[in-house]
Design a protein. Sequence first.
Lengths: 115, 111
Amino acid sequence: NAGVMQNPRHLVRRRGQEARLRCSPMKGHSHVYWYRQLPEEGLKFMVYLQKENIIDESGMPKERFSAEFPKEGPSILRIQQVVRGDSAAYFCASSPGDAGAGTQYFGPGTRLLVL
Amino acid sequence: GENVEQHPSTLSVQEGDSAVIKCTYSDSASNYFPWYKQELGKRPQLIIDIRSNVGEKKDQRIAVTLNKTAKHFSLHITETQPEDSAVYFCAACRGTDDMRFGAGTRLTVKP
């Protein structure tokens, strides 16, 4: 059973471009979470999705950031018109979503560098 | 929403000593408390977790304790080894809700 997959692992963008980060959850997991980690800092929650639904996006910046988890395919975190402050590691995690669960398994992360 | 505080931010111990990291949380409805270890440049790895119906859990050299009344939980590492050096994050959540992380503790184990 493959773990959580993220791609690309590294992404370089110039200011104003768009960044698309992909996350494929573990097989059988229906819940996906996105976290951002700035250099030398902790993990900050961004958004929690289930298939075709955004459950909690309270950690997402109001502008330029969006996320989706379509019925088919990976979850996508999209950052429009990137700025230097968006440079960070973006981790996605997945969980099975069973009652009483909550255990989240992390992907390897996408390291975004905005020039 | 949930607020998790973690202390200390850095911790240095001699190999073989014990290390203790403490976290407090604010939401009394939180019922799941995992601990993650993150080595430099790597993903956070789940090392141990505890649910609110349990007061203590142990796995070899690692143990976690939970005090629901005081809303704090702790990670204990005994007989520390250099490979335990990493950043450790505590977290709290309710069921499958989003997880709120502490700011992290950078543990250094000196040989």
